[in-house]
Design a protein around this ligand. Structure first.
Ligand SMILES: C[S@@+](CC[C@H](N)C(=O)[O-])C[C@H]1O[C@@H](n2cnc3c(N)ncnc32)[C@H](O)[C@@H]1O
Length: 226
């Protein structure tokens, strides 16, 4: 995609601007700050706190820059936890674009650089071990075409472009496919707080709460499959 431009967000971390959609990959108030708040704090840490699992399977919609995958891999490094991470991405970024991102430099560790490179250098569509406790499967296809299976995931990071930019991704058939792929008590988190999303998730049998969003966003949604 040549309509992408590198931008710096308010916390100093990079993001990408997609001119075709007039949309950024992350919040302009802080890319790392947003990913940590929405997916790590209110998704992964919430799950760990409530279920104390030894193994966690995560599904991400929209791999993009790999920031959520990096934060997840770094978070589990200090814990005796094993993560299976599957991510669906319709438009993988070029290595030239990825090389410009400053995410590894935002962490004071050589580990972050190694992990970031490993996440991006692994082949698509093939499960790969990134570390002893983080396995990654990047799937190069549209979520519309993906078979996600049933009751496979403990946690979903729903990180598509915003509902007003890409409404087709936030429609009931896709949400149903994602909800079917969740285990019972599985958790769905997203930065969006749209009322229609809340109603659709409830209609699919999830219990939904609106919780405080990251800086610049009042609320976000977390839902739990019953
Ligand atoms: C908000 S950005 C993702 C941010 C990403 N999680 C990150 O940390 O960089 C949305 C992503 O969804 C991808 N995408 C767009 N349409 C898609 C589709 N139909 N199926 C799967 N991914 C899609 C985009 O290419 C983009 O990478």
């Amino acid at each position: 995609m040549n309509s992408l431009r590198l931008i710096e967000t308010k916390d100093g971390s990079h993001s990408l601007y997609n001119a075709e959609l007039n949309e950024t990959y992350h919040s302009i108030h802080g890319a790392i700050q947003e990913s940590k708040h929405v997916f790590i704090e209110n998704g992964l840490k919430y799950l760990i706190h409530h279920s104390q699992p030894k193994n966690i399977s995560i599904l991400e919609i929209g791999f993009g820059t790999g920031l959520n995958a990096l934060l997840t891999a770094l978070m589990v490094e200090e814990r005796s936890l094993k993560i299976e991470y599957e991510s669906v991405e319709a438009f993988p970024l070029s290595m030239a674009t990825i090389a410009q991102l400053n995410y590894p430099d935002r962490f004071n560790s050589s580990e972050a650089k190694i992990t970031f490179n490993a996440i991006h250098q692994t082949e698509w569509n093939k499960p790969q071990g990134i570390s002893s406790n983080f396995n990654l499967l990047k799937r190069d296809l549209k979520i519309q075409d993906a078979d996600l299976g049933e009751q496979k995931f403990d946690l979903v990071y729903f990180d598509a472009f915003a509902p007003d930019k890409q409404p087709e991704i936030w429609k009931l058939p896709i949400l149903k496919k994602v909800a079917d792929a969740l285990n019972s008590n599985g958790i769905f988190v997203t930065y969006s707080a749209k009322g229609q999303l809340k109603r659709d998730l409830i209609s699919l049998g999830l219990s939904v709460e609106k919780i405080p969003g990251p800086p610049g966003k009042r609320e976000m949604i977390r839902a739990v499959k019953q």
